[in-house]
Design a protein around this ligand. Structure first.
Ligand SMILES: [Mn+2]
Length: 362
């Protein structure tokens, strides 16, 4: 093999050729910066946590930059709490936190003004690395890498690590691997070849026992209370299941509920809603790979709140401050009905899930 051929083989091993260029651009953007404040979305999921950590490790190792990683909201889901316990990085909560005026801000798995992050108004963002559709406010960001064809932001970060020759330690490989699997339903949902390549690379470097501890994390009793409530509240409208929940133990529960019912035979879509503190939360899931769940959610929520997502999964939220409980309940009902109508089913015609009429099919 000639030197040239070897060079080509190395640069071609699962990392797009332009990653080196992107990496150089990223470093150039942060050239005169000493501290980078990495912000991800509220109530972060594994993809948000792992990609934020990966960016911190990358910038620390190749540019000697000091970094801080933060998020708004809380980490609720048991698997995600267990994940952070396996990670050797400190996550800070944005509540009561001020971003140092001199720090550059990098956002991962979210974008400025996406409505799902705690970016203070008026703060300029230097870096965006994300796989959600590009937002208007991202246009002005000096370094933006938005790739909607990727199933996970974590897969993008893996390419940066590989291009920079930064070998991820087992805890980081574990976090990134788990993030990609959880975000893509084990590479079955909106996963690209890049997500598969990143997973292969990571699995060899991960700690399988840690992955097991995360996947099989113990859940609190409140989880079962919520599942019990959800089973009773679920209504089946043809192939759509709608689950109006009351108060949630933590914000992610609304997505967990939507996931649970998607497992049911004959179900194409699931919608769940519930309340956490002063927020009304919505979650939608579908098996339809050609669907536009993000657009569906954004249209249903409209100006009343914020929403976003991908083709097959999306979320939305509305600030309930100033609304009475009755008004909040009415608002929730009308948005759930709008979502059902948008999916072509009648909100008025439904069956309960437990002891329903159509649960006898094999
Ligand atoms: Mn993501």
């Amino acid at each position: 093999m000639t030197d040239g051929a070897r060079e080509h083989a190395t640069s071609d091993s699962g990392v797009p050729a332009d990653t080196t260029l992107r990496l150089a651009e990223l470093l150039e953007t942060l050239e005169d910066v000493e501290e980078v404040f990495i912000l991800t979305h509220d109530n972060p999921d594994p993809d948000a946590l792992a990609s934020a950590a990966a960016l911190a490790v990358l910038l620390g190792r190749i540019a000697g930059l000091s970094t801080r990683v933060a998020f708004g909201g809380i980490i609720g889901r048991a698997e995600n709490r267990s994940l952070t316990q396996e990670m050797e990085i400190e996550f800070e909560r944005m509540e009561g936190l001020e971003i140092p005026p001199g720090a550059a801000i990098a956002m991962v798995d979210t974008q400025p003004r996406a409505g799902n992050n705690a970016l203070p108004a008026g703060r300029i963002v230097s870096v965006v690395i994300d796989h959600h559709p590009e937002r208007l406010d991202t246009t002005a960001v000096p370094f933006k890498d938005v790739r909607t064809e990727y199933g996970a932001s974590s897969s993008m970060l893996v390419e940066y690590l590989r291009a920079a020759d930064v070998e991820p330690e087992p805890w980081l490989a574990t976090a990134l691997f788990y993030a990609i699997q959880s975000e893509t339903m084990d590479l079955g949902r909106e996963a690209s070849e890049a997500d598969v390549a990143a997973s292969m690379f990571l699995y060899l470097r991960s700690d399988p026992a840690a992955i097991s501890r995360i996947r099989h994390a113990r859940v609190p009793a409140s989880y079962f209370r919520s599942v019990h409530e959800a089973l009773g509240a679920a209504r089946k409208h043809g192939s759509v299941i709608a689950v109006p929940m009351g108060t949630l133990p933590y914000p992610d529960m609304v997505a967990e509920v939507a996931d649970i019912f998607l497992q049911m035979k004959g179900v194409a879509w699931t919608l769940a809603s519930g309340r956490y503190r002063d927020r009304l939360l919505f979650s939608v899931r579908t098996w339809d790979a050609r669907a536009h769940a993000g657009i569906l959610m954004r249209e249903a929520i409209g100006e009343r709140g914020s929403a976003g997502g991908h083709g097959t999964l999306a979320g939305g939220q509305i600030d309930l401050r100033g609304l009475s409980d009755e008004a909040a309940e009415e608002l929730r009902g009308s948005i759930m009905d709008d979502l059902l109508r948008a999916l072509g089913v009648d909100p008025e015609t439904s069956a309960t899930l437990i002891r329903g009429d159509d649960d006898v099919e094999s």
